[in-house]
Design a protein around this ligand. Structure first.
Ligand SMILES: Nc1ncnc2c1ncn2[C@@H]1O[C@H](COP(=O)(O)OP(=O)(O)OP(=O)(O)O)[C@@H](O)[C@H]1O
Length: 458
């Protein structure tokens, strides 16, 4: 049995601090962990699962090495939820909301425990691994990272969460860096206000001398030429000085509508990472994560049921938890599978179903009275090629299928035909052009809107 004294434990802590730096030590260890030796292993008490996962994934090697140095031989490491630390963190927990909260409420900054948008609270899986890895790399080494890092994805897939996590981690781990995070609309408002009050030089100095500028929702720039120009100059001068830019956007930059080509090229010049909808395992993990955050005791069968039935995005999963929490409270029901089934009938009824390419093709055939076989043939006749063009555009917009997958699903078109169709429709919408569909001539914009309404997306 290895004899370990409390002095040794203090020394283990000092070694860890030495290895990871006092800032990170204070954030993750001081007051949040409790080291004890139990049955010849170093046991680390933590307030909750998130701490355990974070410590395991980020500092496991340093902890192991610190223990080895102090004790003189390798010591197994175990993590344990410590009831006192748990209670303490529970007291700090915000009161769980009764109704759906706005998705973008600013996280309360509370040192010592991960905030709502902490990177450790971002569940990672195949659909978002690249974006997560790129964000982690930037946090780890901001000076060497790609710029801009542009993260794009549909509604509620975690763009804001990742951007906030980057901001928070940079502030925590690189206190010397000048970091500014804001939405594109805020950027625009500040620019306009600066112009109005004759303080443009001050505004420009502020944003162009940053080390890291983080801007969410850059699709806001579409169609706004003046601010696009300002944004481009901001990127240029900031990056020329070695600054980095992180952007969030709801589509790939190539699919942004009216935007200056120079800016579009800048957007794709660094690293573009896409967020896809979470898969089944991720949905389960996200539910566990969100339930734990609000101290909801969610059984595995309920988790499985929700993850199976709610597939579109993470906001919907969170909405379901809100509903369930509220339902159980007001009906004084216990949170079991039966309750979940009953309460979620409502939610599932109103849920927007996930679209597949086949659904969109079916709708196109209905709308334009086309034989489904015909739309899959390589016909060049307008009667077929026009609806097909819209169908390809919408398949890109509303499904997660790649160009090749869409092409394959529509009768073996190659991926460049799908890209060409998408570009053409984007251009036609931008130039307000018309198109013949069946017996009628339509504004492309109106035809798309009607099509979207039919798909339940307008
Ligand atoms: N992978 C994930 N792990 C944990 N939580 C997630 C994940 N993805 C999204 N969320 C949660 O889902 C909610 C919506 O995410 P977020 O606001 O980041 O989405 P978004 O992509 O910015 O959506 P929008 O297009 O509406 O701006 C947030 O509460 C966020 O924490």
């Amino acid at each position: 049995m290895t004899a370990v004294s409390s002095v040794d434990l203090t020394n283990v802590e000092l070694e860890i601090k030495e290895a990871i730096g006092s800032q990170r030590f204070d954030l993750w260890f001081s007051g949040n962990t409790n080291l004890v030796i139990d049955r010849d292993a170093l046991e680390i008490g933590v307030p909750n699962r998130f701490f355990r996962e974070w410590l395991e994934s980020h500092f496991q090697d340093e902890i192991r090495e610190a223990a080895r140095r102090v004790v003189g031989s390798p010591l197994p490491i175990r993590f344990r939820i410590d009831p006192t630390l748990f209670q303490r963190s529970r007291k700090e927990q915000p009161v769980a909301p009764k109704a759906k909260r706005p998705a973008k409420a600013l996280p309360a900054k509370r040192p010592g425990r991960p905030s709502r948008y902490a990177l450790s609270r971002f569940v990672v899986g195949t659909p978002n691994r690249v974006a997560h890895a790129a964000s982690s790399a930037l946090i780890e080494n901001p000076r060497e990272s790609y710029s801009p890092l542009l993260i794009h994805g549909g509604i509620g897939l975690g763009k804001t969460h990742l951007l906030r996590a980057v901001e928070e981690a940079l502030r925590g781990q690189h206190a010397n860096l000048k970091v500014l995070a804001l939405s594109c609309e805020e950027f625009t408002n500040q620019f306009v206000e600066a112009m109005r009050s004759n303080k443009l030089a001050v505004f420009r100095r502020k944003v162009r001398q940053l080390d890291v500028l983080i801007v969410d929702d850059v699709q806001f720039l579409v169609g706004k030429r003046g601010i696009q120009e300002e944004f481009l100059h901001t990127l240029n001068s900031l990056e020329a000085r070695g600054g980095k830019v992180v952007l969030g956007c709801d589509v790939h930059p190539r699919r942004l509508g009216k935007i200056a080509e120079e800016l579009r090229s800048r957007f794709v010049a660094g690293m573009v990472a896409r967020l896809d909808p979470p898969n089944q395992e991720m949905r389960r993990q996200i539910l566990r994560e969100k339930a734990a955050q609000r101290l909801m005791d969610l059984r595995e069968d309920v988790i499985g049921f929700l993850a199976e039935n709610i597939r579109s995005n993470v906001c919907e999963l969170e909405g379901a938890l809100n509903y369930l929490e509220h339902y159980c409270e007001t009906m004084e029901a216990s949170l079991d599978l039966e309750t979940a089934r009953g309460a979620l009938v409502e939610i599932l009824r109103h849920q927007v179903p996930v679209l597949r390419v086949g659904d969109i093709r079916g709708k196109a055939c209905d709308m334009f009275s086309l034989n489904p076989k015909l739309i899959s043939q390589r016909s060049r006749s307008r009667a077929v090629s026009h609806p097909r063009m819209l169908l390809l555009y919408l398949a890109r917009k509303y499904t997660q299928a790649t160009y090749s997958e869409i092409g394959k699903a529509i009768g073996g078109l190659n991926h460049s035909s799908v890209i060409a169709a998408e570009r053409k429709v984007t251009k036609m919408i931008a130039q307000d052009e018309e198109i013949v569909l069946g017996e009628r001539t339509w504004k492309v914009r109106d035809a798309i809107e009607t099509f979207e309404r039919e798909l339940g997306r307008a």
